[in-house]
Design a protein around this ligand. Structure first.
Ligand SMILES: [Zn+2]
Length: 74
């Protein structure tokens, strides 16, 4: 008699990081930023890739998906 081994995919293989395009409120240029979707609500600062000014980014997400994204100059 054979025993069935549980055959579950490891959860670590799910991509929780999403690349989103955001536009800078200072210089108007668009650039891409990786977002971690493991937390449902986040607020953090990132520097614009083009003009290097600090941006305040707020995101709402579900694991693997960004629901809303807001960018403000700080
Ligand atoms: Zn900029």
């Amino acid at each position: 008699m054979k025993l069935r081994a549980p055959n579950r995919a490891p959860t670590l293989s799910i991509a929780m990081e999403i690349i989103e395009a955001i536009s800078c409120p200072f210089c108007g240029q668009t650039f891409q930023i990786p977002l971690d979707t493991t937390l449902p609500s986040q607020r953090f600062t990132a520097d614009c890739e083009i003009c290097c000014r600090p941006l305040e980014i707020s995101i709402q997400c579900e694991p693997g998906e960004v629901l809303s994204l807001e960018v403000q100059g700080s």
